[in-house]
Design a protein around this ligand. Structure first.
Ligand code: SF4
Length: 249
């Protein structure tokens, strides 16, 4: 269990999503199919030429932790590495301050995704960034839902209000069929029973973009304090992973 300090973001628990399977192999075929569908998707005309990350930058699927941002930034997309813009570097720095040898990079700790998978440019200049539009978020929401259904994370860290809202909506959608399968599951199906009791923790942070500083400083005394709270959350997630079974942090 993550203990929330006074200045931590609100942590909400959502019922109904089974924790990620122990082995990547269990989810791999479904995950590859999903990544392939995302890679070939061109539904949003406003996002042409559909700059999106390849599967090599999603991160680690078996920790059970999902990191959700709003959309790929241009710099990150060019570098083929998530969270490498100014905002992303704050998140990476927070993890580095934890100093755990096994989890040096976000890729070691999280499977990473965005609520909109293609880079939204603010103008004809491709290097400009903008927030995703509602219509784009809605069009892409089915992929987020599938990510939750395939990965079944135990905790989801979100950056940005839109990301937190989309994740909450997707969890609600993902939960409904699981709950109904609980009712119709075969007698003695223990995995079905544990699925009913599964919980996903959502840990929402404001978007760390410098443009969002006013909002951040309404919740945290300084940007430094904001970064420390992110680091503390990462430390707690790692402690939970590293704790002997039955003695989770
Ligand atoms: S943002 Fe999502 S729905 Fe829209 S084109 Fe990209 S992958 Fe497809």
């Amino acid at each position: 269990m993550i203990t929330r300090a006074k200045s931590n973001p609100k942590t909400t628990k959502q019922r109904g999503i089974q924790p990620l399977a122990d082995s990547n192999l269990v989810v791999l075929p479904a995950l590859l199919a999903l990544q392939s569908d995302i890679a070939s998707c061109t539904i949003c005309p406003s996002l042409k030429p559909w700059r999106k990350f390849g599967p090599e930058v999603y991160g680690h699927a078996s920790t059970g932790y999902l990191l959700v941002g709003e959309a790929p930034g241009y710099v990150s997309w060019r570098k083929r590495r998530r969270f490498t813009g100014q905002a992303g570097m704050l998140i990476r720095r927070a993890l580095r301050t934890v100093g755990h040898p096994r989890y040096r990079d976000l890729e070691d700790l999280f499977y990473m995704t965005d609520i909109v998978k293609c880079h939204p440019a603010a103008s004809a200049n491709p290097s400009s960034n903008r927030s995703p539009r509602r219509v784009e978020v809605e069009a892409c929401s089915s992929y987020l839902l599938r990510e939750l259904q395939v990965l079944r994370p135990s905790a989801i860290v979100t950056f940005g209000k839109a990301a937190a809202e989309s994740v909450t909506r997707a969890i609600k959608q993902a939960t409904e069929p699981v709950e109904s399968s609980c009712l119709t599951g075969q007698a003695g199906d223990r995995s079905s029973a544990s699925r009913c009791m599964g919980q996903t923790e959502v840990i929402p942070f404001p978007h760390p973009s410098p443009r969002n500083q006013v909002t951040i400083l309404k919740q945290y005394p300084s940007m430094r304090a904001f970064e420390e709270v992110i680091a503390r959350t990462f430390r707690q997630l790692i402690a939970r992973l590293e704790a002997p079974k039955g003695r989770e942090a």
